[in-house]
Write a new protein. Structure first.
Length: 256
């Protein structure tokens, strides 16, 4: 075979690999830095304190995967009673008051996010992952919220440390077929999703504080986070709501 032909074939193959590498979801070599110095929102009742410490969106602070079509909510809960409290479910309600459930699977998150995009397209609103993502962190810096502190931030450290290790695995280029590269990248993201995600229900013992790392499909301009829990003290189910309507207003919605 002529040298020029061989060169063109190799060049074409490398281009295909490069394009495949740029598409789809992929772990970053290192997560984008995120500050958890103070909660974005806080709410309490007689049994539970709840704090929204962060929201990780595509290309925003804390991002650990490229082209992520989901949102990651960092919710800290504290049982303020002397008996156990069980967190049964956490939901997010978007601007149409459609309820979004937590998901661990990347495939399920992407599918649900696509459905959200279609649903908003039907009402002539364009949805794009990450739009207005940085604004919510600026909003969280005001309002006199109490400091999170190093101890509370450490509640999320196990997942952050894990991505540093996993991210190192993708640092070296691997010349394989584009489809295999994409499959490997997605598998690594799947593993990290499962590592980070907090499965529910979760039971808090008396006085216990727990960080919940929760994945949701894209939730445009979410109105509230709803925490459903059961208190041993009265054997009843309760709902605690974090009002995100101002803080996350416009999230993922294209306005231009």
């Amino acid at each position: 075979m002529h040298k020029d032909s061989v060169f063109r074939i190799v060049l074409a193959a490398l281009c295909l690999i490069s394009l495949a590498d740029c598409g789809g979801t992929k772990l970053l070599k290192a997560p984008n830095p995120i500050s958890l110095e103070q909660p974005l929102l806080s709410v309490s009742d007689a049994q539970l304190n709840a704090h929204l410490d962060g929201v990780i969106v595509r290309d925003g602070p804390g991002t650990w995967a490229r082209n992520a079509d989901w949102d990651e909510y960092l919710v800290r809960v504290e049982n303020v009673t002397d008996t156990p409290v069980t967190i049964k479910n956490v939901s997010v309600y978007d601007s149409t008051l459609t309820r979004q459930q937590t998901e661990e699977s990347r495939r399920a998150l992407v599918a649900a996010s696509r459905e959200t995009t279609r649903r908003y397209d039907d009402i002539d609103l364009e949805v794009k992952a990450g739009m207005s993502g940085e604004a919510l962190f600026a909003a969280g810096a005001v309002g006199g919220a109490t400091a999170v502190g190093a101890g509370a931030a450490a509640l999320y450290m196990s997942s952050a440390a894990a991505v540093g290790v996993i991210g190192a695995l993708v640092a070296a280029p691997v010349l394989v077929a584009g489809g295999i590269t994409k499959s490997v990248n997605q598998s690594r993201v799947d593993d990290e999703n499962q590592r980070r995600h907090t499965g529910l229900p979760v039971t808090l013992q008396a006085g216990e504080v727990r960080g919940l790392d929760l994945f949701f499909p894209l939730s445009p301009s979410p109105r509230r986070i709803e925490i459903l829990y059961r208190a041993t003290r009265d054997e009843l189910e309760h709902i605690l709501e974090l009002d995100t309507s101002a803080l996350l207003n416009g999230l993922h919605i294209v306005t231009e």
